[in-house]
Structure formats: structure tokens, C-alpha cells
Design a protein around this ligand. Structure first.
Ligand code: ARG
Length: 461
């Protein structure tokens, strides 16, 4: 068995099962580019303060570049006996470059992994943000195409009031725009350099924390280096992990609701949209089936995002300060949240351009005059009938319509007029769908001008 990096005081190597439970390289090897970046900056700092020579720095940096090239070419051998990405890279480097024995000076894997993950979060947040932006763009495109497609809006999954499909879709744009701010907040929080915290209590060596923070781009908007302010916090803080998983869970919840709407809309019962063949599947038994699998999987995968957040919260909550090995388990949920979030966002962005609204089916669904019952209430209110009374009056009209099995807007006027004196012959105008929507012309409302302005707003952004 190989001697572990920390093997000095041990008389025998770890058990086979210890190696199996202890290894993280199977999942943390994806940190290699960030680990190399961090180590190159560490070497630069050590040379800057005179702990290593410039030649040693250059040799270490060149060696690290060569290792990364091997990793990227798929030619690097990841050895589970070396536990994690950090040990694997350091060992490989030491075999090539003698000066590598000085690289870990004033550093622990505790501040090293905290640094790697902060660099990773900054990268991951940019990726998620780009995918969010693409989903927003595809929703705005579909909204542009469906401004004149009027559908029932639903509360309690019961038909409520008419809205354009565009207005419905733009609701999701608002959600995803808020998700972008959540992701931006994670990136901001991750933008502080933990290097120099050591294992827990810093170091007695004359390091330059600001220098290494600068090298790694941990700088504020004014270009000032950002370093963590408490070494114990820096090696045990997992807030960014939780915040990232939380932002992904929020995206997942929003995508899941969107998926559910499209699953319903594409059913025979609704028939509001046709989904593109490329994002649906057939049945191995029933030849007629076209199943909305992509949206079902988006809905399903969003559960993983919630679970990952729960896992992190549960894992961290009882840990005494500072680093505990439990924390090695922080990476699978975070990587999974990242991978699944980007995947399901990208699926939605790719699928929406192929969605076709079925104008006929939407028109049939929205032809139900009861959807404009509230507009009849407004008609009465404009005639000075108190709202509560007007609500009651229209309730009676709806009751009458059900009793006579006659649509609300086809009730004989003599019967209508008897219900309330304020119901003039023009009450019927309340059922004009175009006018009903146009009247909803205040900010945030589904009036066509408002919707068009919101589309323009998002286009500008
Ligand atoms: N692979 C470890 C992790 O992700 C790195 C830190 C190890 N630190 C230690 N003291 N064993 O947590």
C-alpha cells in the first residue's frame, strides 16, 4: 500500500473499507481545474513572500499545467487510495517536480477545498445564469407568439378569468428573473478567499493573503482583494453550498410548476398546446400515445433539487466547529443540483421554440361566459352598486344560468332585468372578451398593451 501524505505517525495503512468510505476523488475530480488554479496562485504567493524561489514557482506552475492538460485529455490516473482531488494532484506533481514538496506550505486541505469550491461556485453561477437567461429568452419568444391566444386563467384549477397565454408565460419570466438574483447572490457570497486560514488557525509563516486573493480574482467591484475574516469560519462555513442548493431548488420549483402547466395544457382535456415530437416519447404498447416525458422528468428531477438542499441543511446543522469529515459529503448534492438544474433549464429552453398553441382549442375554452362574471360585477360597481351587493347579484345570475341550462350571456334580458335595476340592456357588453382584456391596462395586468410592454421590457434586458 502507498504511504498516505499524512502517514508519518501511522504504523499501518488504512483498511480497504476505510479507503472506500474515505475516497472522494470519484466525485471531486471535477474540481481539478480549480484546484490547479488555486495551487498556481498559492505558488505565486509563496514566491512573492520569499518562501520559495521564482524558479521553484515556475517549475510548480508548469507541472500543474501539465497535469491539468493530462486531466483534460482523460489521461490522468485518478487513484482512490489518494483520497481526493487535492492529494492526487499533489502526488502527481511531486513525482515530476521536487519543489512540489513546498507547495502545501501554510495551506491545509481545509482551506484548499474551501477555495476550490468558491472558485467552482463562481463558475457554476455563471453557467446557471446563462441557462436561466436562455429560458427567459425562450419564454419571451413564446409569449410574443401567443399575445392574442386567450385562455382561461385558473385558480384552484377551476376556470377563473381570461388571460393571454403570453401573460401566463410571462409570470414564469418574473420567477426566473428573481432566480437570477438568487444565483448572483451566491456568486457574490462565494467571492471571498479562504486561503491562509490553514486547517483552523492560520499560520505563523509570513504569507500574503491579499496577494493570493488577487491572483484568484477574489476582488470586489473596485478591484480590492476580498479575504475571509475568521479562519474558523472560513474552513467550516458551508453557507454558499446551502445558498446555491437553495437557489437551484427555487429554480426547480419554478420549472416544475411550468412543466405541470405544459403537461396539463398538452392533455386532450385541455388541448391548449402541441409539444414538439423531439421532446415527447411514445408508448411501447399504445400506438397513439405521445407523452410529455421531458416535462415529467423536469418535474421529477426538481425533487432531487429539493432533496439536495435538505441533505445539506441536515448534514451541517449538528456539526461542531470547525472542519469535520462529514463535510466531504457536501459536494455530491451540490454537483448534482448544478448538473440537474442546467440540464432541465436547457431542456425547457430547447423545447419551447417547438411548442404550438392550438388557437381553436384555446378559443373554445375561453368562450365560457362565466369567465367574465367578475366583469359583470365591475359593470354594476361602475353603476354605483356596492361591491358586495354586486357580487351577490351576479351570483344570482350565475345560479339562474345553471338552473335554465343557458349560458350566462344568453339569459333572456327580461329575467336579467328583474334581478337588479342597475342591470341595463348594455350589461351584455361585459362579455366582450377583447374589451374585457383591454380594460386591464394597469401595470402587471393582462391587457394587451401591458403584456406587449412587458415583452419589450424583457427584450431590452
Ligand atoms: N476531501 C476533503 C473534503 O472535501 C478535503 C478536506 C480534507 N481535510 C481533512 N482534514 N481530512 O472535505
Amino acid at each position: 500500500k502507498k504511504q498516505a501524505t499524512w502517514g508519518g505517525r501511522f504504523s499501518e495503512g488504512p483498511a480497504e473499507l476505510m479507503l472506500r468510505i474515505g475516497e472522494s476523488v470519484s466525485f471531486d475530480q471535477r474540481l481539478a481545474p480549480f484546484d490547479v488554479q488555486g495551487s498556481k496562485a498559492q505558488a505565486a504567493m509563496l514566491a512573492h513572500v520569499g518562501i520559495i524561489t521564482d524558479e521553484e514557482r515556475d517549475a510548480i506552475q508548469a507541472g500543474l499545467d501539465a497535469i491539468l492538460a493530462k486531466v483534460e485529455a482523460g489521461e490522468f490516473f485518478w487513484d482512490p487510495e489518494l483520497e481526493d482531488v487535492h492529494m492526487n494532484i499533489e502526488q502527481a506533481l511531486t513525482q515530476e517536480v521536487p519543489a512540489a514538496a513546498k507547495l502545501h506550505t501554510a495551506r491545509s486541505r481545509n482551506d484548499q477545498v474551501a477555495t476550490d469550491m468558491r472558485l467552482w461556485f463562481k463558475y457554476a453561477c455563471d453557467e446557471v445564469d446563462a441557462s436561466l437567461a436562455a429560458v427567459i429568452a425562450s419564454l419571451v419568444d413564446l409569449a410574443e407568439r401567443t399575445q392574442t391566444v386567450i385562455i382561461p386563467g385558473y385558480t384552484h384549477l377551476q376556470r377563473a378569468q381570461p388571460v393571454s397565454m403570453a401573460h401566463h408565460l410571462l409570470a414564469y419570466v418574473e420567477m426566473f428573473a428573481r432566480d437570477r438574483t438568487r444565483i448572483a447572490a451566491v456568486k457574490e457570497q462565494a467571492n471571498v478567499c479562504p486561503l491562509g486560514s490553514g486547517a483552523i488557525a492560520g499560520t505563523t509563516l509570513p504569507i500574503d493573503r491579499e496577494f493570493v486573493a488577487n491572483e484568484l480574482g477574489f476582488v470586489d467591484a473596485q478591484g480590492r482583494p476580498q479575504v475571509t475574516q475568521n479562519s474558523m469560519d472560513a474552513v467550516s462555513d458551508r453557507d454558499s453550498f446551502i445558498q446555491f442548493a437553495s437557489a437551484c431548488a427555487s429554480i426547480g420549483v419554478h420549472l416544475s410548476r411550468l412543466a405541470e402547466d405544459f403537461i396539463l395544457w398538452s392533455s386532450a382535456e385541455f388541448g391548449f398546446v402541441k409539444l414538439p415530437d423531439a421532446f415527447t416519447t411514445g408508448s411501447s404498447l399504445m400506438p397513439q400515445k405521445k407523452n410529455p416525458d421531458a416535462f415529467e422528468l423536469i418535474r421529477g428531477k426538481s425533487a432531487r433539487l429539493t432533496g439536495n438542499l435538505q441533505m445539506l441543511l441536515t448534514m451541517v446543522k449538528g456539526l461542531p466547529l470547525t472542519y469535520n469529515r462529514d463535510l466531504q459529503e457536501d459536494k455530491p448534492p451540490v454537483f448534482d443540483s448544478f448538473d440537474q438544474t442546467v440540464l432541465i433549464l436547457d431542456c425547457v429552453a430547447a423545447c419551447l421554440p417547438g411548442v404550438q398553441a392550438d388557437a381553436k382549442r384555446c378559443a373554445a375554452a375561453v368562450a365560457d361566459p362565466a369567465l367574465l362574471a367578475t366583469d359583470v360585477v365591475d359593470y354594476l360597481v361602475k353603476k354605483a352598486v356596492p361591491f358586495r351587493e354586486a357580487h351577490h347579484v351576479v351570483g344570482a345570475l350565475v345560479g339562474l344560468s345553471e338552473q335554465l341550462e343557458t349560458p350566462l350571456n344568453e339569459l333572456p334580458y327580461e329575467k336579467v332585468a328583474k334581478i337588479h335595476a342597475a342591470l341595463g340592456a348594455d350589461w351584455i357588453d361585459a362579455f366582450d372578451l377583447g374589451k374585457a382584456l383591454a380594460a386591464r391596462d394597469k401595470p402587471g395586468m393582462p391587457g394587451p398593451d401591458q403584456v406587449a410592454a412587458r415583452i419589450e421590457h424583457w427584450r431590452q434586458k
